[in-house]
Design a protein around this ligand. Structure first.
Ligand SMILES: Cc1cc2nc3c(=O)[nH]c(=O)nc-3n(C[C@H](O)[C@H](O)[C@H](O)COP(=O)(O)OP(=O)(O)OC[C@H]3O[C@@H](n4cnc5c(N)ncnc54)[C@H](O)[C@@H]3O)c2cc1C
Length: 376
């Protein structure tokens, strides 16, 4: 059996795998992306594609801001604008008692030297989102945030990878791993790949892949649900979320309303599938019509779920394996990894090529979840 040899094998053809492959190929490495189904099959193809710095965990803020700067020049990076529009993200307070938390958040961010989150009053909120119900009292706003088109983004990253010579192997699930001298040997059905460096970007299945290399990482799973409606006349520009409710609400370029916010269906990792929980999903529909009176009676065209990995602290796992030489992890984005795609690929390229990164990633170390499991 012939063995396909590369400098780096990226396992997982979601956006994080493609972004890592792109940056590594641009650093002069021979790279393959090994994907069990097809690029974008799971979370990256199911995502709401919100590009949000607003309300990020403090540990994620520096890389999220860097990612946002990259989104603002995404066409230079991948040759397409990915349907990205910076029309802002708005976190709405429905009642006066929600405002102190927003005020505290803004003050905390300013104390840390960040000015991208801004508190606005009811008047400015109504100017930003005229369709919003008049009962809303204020909001936290990130004006440079926005949203992209997930499928255009996948295609753009994939084409950019191929233009750099990345070999994309679809229909190839890594089932077994072995050591061959300085290299890892990856067995995928009747194909074999060899590389001294492996990037684990296997999304919801990343802990299973890590286990093949001897890394025991505690990882949960989520199955976020989405609704898309029939097309409407222009209703709103920014992406709207609401304090205390699982709602993210936006309008696509085509006019459809795209409604998510993290309501959960059921995931089945063995069958690589997930199912919608309609009574849960109804909460999202109800919240939408509470916030936007014009939504009453609008027809739902489709709903779906997507599977992805979730860590206990909702922070991603980004970094070198402490046990397996040449293994680098990038997963566990816990429902908000789309925005981080451009920067995480760049971080991985630095880690692999230079052995360290100038970015602050200590909070994302895989060890934190390995220790947690050992102590449990
Ligand atoms: C419904 C939904 C809405 C979301 N909304 C947002 C949002 O608005 N903003 C935001 O920032 N983020 C959002 N996210 C999160 C974001 O989409 C994900 O964090 C991101 O897409 C994860 O990309 P990934 O490449 O890590 O994973 P995936 O896209 O899941 O890719 C992992 C890939 O690995 C492959 N794989 C697994 N095991 C193997 C193996 N053994 N061998 C080969 N291949 C393997 C899988 O087939 C899969 O294609 C949302 C996610 C969902 C599901």
């Amino acid at each position: 059996m012939s063995i396909e040899a590369f400098d780096i094998a990226v396992v997982g053809g979601g956006l994080h795998g493609l972004s890592a492959a792109l940056h590594l190929a641009r650093a002069g490495r021979r790279v393959t992306v090994i994907e069990r189904r097809w690029t974008g099959r799971h979370a990256s193809g199911a995502t709401a594609a919100g590009v949000r710095t607003l309300n990020r965990d403090i540990a994620e803020v520096p890389i999220s801001l860097e990612a946002m700067a990259m989104w603002h020049r995404i066409a230079e990076i991948v040759g397409d604008d990915c349907g990205f529009h910076a029309r802002g993200q708005v976190n709405v307070a429905e009642r006066d008692e929600h405002m102190p938390a927003l005020l505290q958040r803004e003050a905390k961010m300013r104390a840390l030297g960040h000015s991208h989150e801004e508190l606005v009053d009811a008047k400015e909120l109504r100017r930003l989102v005229p369709a919003l119900s008049p009962h809303c009292v204020g909001a936290l706003v990130a004006r440079r945030d926005g949203a992209a088109d997930p499928h255009r983004t996948i295609l753009a990253f994939r084409r950019a990878c191929e233009a750099e010579g990345v070999v994309i192997a679809e229909g190839c699930g890594v089932e077994a791993v072995d050591r061959q001298g300085p290299d890892w040997l990856l067995a995928c059905g009747d194909r074999r790949f060899r590389a001294p460096v492996v990037v684990n970007a296997a999304g919801a299945w990343a802990a299973r892949l890590a286990a093949l290399f001897g890394d025991d990482i505690a990882l949960g799973v989520r199955a976020s649900m989405m609704i898309v409606t029939e097309r409407l006349a222009p209703l709103l520009d920014p992406v709207v979320s609401v304090v205390g409710r699982a709602l993210s609400f936006k309008q696509s370029d085509q006019g459809t309303l795209v409604i998510g916010g993290g309501l959960q269906g059921a995931a089945d990792l063995d069958r690589e599938s997930s199912t919608v929980n309609f009574s849960e999903l109804a909460k999202g529909a109800r919240a939408s019509s509470d916030l936007f009176p014009a939504v009453h009676g609008v027809r739902i065209a489709r709903c779906w779920t997507g599977i992805e990995a979730q860590t206990r602290d909702r922070l991603p796992v980004i970094g070198a394996s402490p046990n397996a030489p040449g293994l680098f992890h990038a997963f566990g984005f816990s429902g908000h990894g789309f925005q981080l795609v451009p920067v995480v690929g760049s971080i991985l390229a630095e880690l692999v090529v230079e052995g360290h990164t100038r970015r602050e990633i200590a909070a994302f170390a895989p060890q934190r979840l390995m220790q947690a499991r050992a102590a449990a």
